[in-house]
Design a protein around this ligand. Structure first.
Ligand SMILES: Nc1ncnc2c1ncn2[C@@H]1O[C@H](COP(=O)(O)OS(=O)(=O)O)[C@@H](OP(=O)(O)O)[C@H]1O
Length: 287
């Protein structure tokens, strides 16, 4: 397990001076620590489910919000002391985890994370690329609905002159091999654990056991931590007798897409998916 980092063991290159008044240990013995584990994405892959399930483990403490430290320059410029101030309080020896799904597709992020800590453990949860596009669209649709903005039908984004519109950003985010190549320039594959997001939906326990193993955590997460909620159609969590499901924004109905457009999407991702499988030395059951 990597040593925890606090103001006494800062990582060298990026540092601005620490503000010791805000980072002194809390009287109850807890303190804020830079993350040992970062969930880097992918957007709509199941990152919230993963971080919630990981925090079932008593040795892991999770940041509640997406920090966007490495991908937003306005945050990055505030330095590591600001990043640290965003972390939850934890006991020495506990591992801190944060998730920002946008890290995976942001080209500057891997180098920046490596500068903070080359030994950080990275988790990447992936999902069928076509399904991820539909989920991405659904997320934006609901954001626009809330802001009373014009709602674009998915076909108007996916197609241009009858062919796939390759400028639609959601397509690029599902080209996993493109982004993975960039990560592998900075981190060896052994540092990046791939979580199968489709499998996590069907059978969370077996995916979480693999995550515990990757993180060298004592096996703790067990079948009693999960129960299937029929109304939601997803597994929910049980911890110390308390039950909770993910927010209603997770597990929304996706738009119905005409079969010929779906076929175009499957066709489009088929080659990139194979390149990804080669890159990471394993396959996924994607369309
Ligand atoms: N247990 C459980 N409960 C509810 N939802 C679950 C669960 N496990 C995985 N998922 C899937 O997580 C998808 C959302 O992914 P993210 O949390 O990464 O989205 S985000 O990028 O943070 O917005 C979300 O995608 P959508 O179904 O498209 O909403 C879910 O399918």
């Amino acid at each position: 397990r990597p040593p925890y980092r606090d103001h006494a063991t800062p990582s060298p290159p990026l540092l601005t001076p620490f503000n010791h008044t805000t980072h002194w240990p809390h009287p109850n013995g807890t303190l804020q620590q830079l993350p040992d584990i970062i969930i880097i994405g992918v957007r709509k892959g199941g990152t919230r489910a993963l971080i919630e399930m990981l925090s079932l483990h008593s040795a892991v403490v999770a940041a509640q919000n997406e920090v966007h430290f490495f991908d937003w320059d306005s945050h990055y410029q505030r330095g590591l002391d600001w990043y640290l101030s965003q972390m939850p309080f934890s006991y020495p020896g506990q591992l801190t985890v944060e998730k920002t799904p946008a890290y995976f597709t942001s080209s500057k992020v891997p180098e920046r994370i490596k500068r903070m800590n080359p030994d950080v453990r990275l988790l990447l949860i992936l999902r069928d690329p076509t399904e991820r596009v539909l989920s991405d669209y659904t997320q934006v649709f609901h954001n626009r609905l809330q802001k009373h903005k014009y709602l674009q039908p998915i076909e108007s984004l996916l197609l241009r002159d009858g062919e796939l519109n390759l400028d639609y950003k959601a397509l690029n985010r599902s080209l996993y091999y493109v982004h993975m190549q960039n990560w592998l320039r900075h981190f060896p594959l052994e540092r990046i654990h791939l979580v199968d997001g489709d499998a996590l939906i069907r059978d969370p326990l077996s995916e979480m056991k693999k995550v515990e193993e990757f993180l060298d955590l004592e096996p703790q997460i067990n079948a009693s931590n999960f129960y299937f909620n029929r109304t939601k159609g997803f597994y929910c969590l049980r911890e110390h007798g308390r039950e909770r499901c993910l927010h209603d924004s997770k597990g929304r109905t996706h738009p119905r897409v005409a079969p010929d457009i779906l076929q175009k999407l499957y066709g489009y991702f088929s080659q990139p998916n194979r390149k990804f499988f080669q890159l990471v030395g394993r396959t996924f059951e994607w369309n």
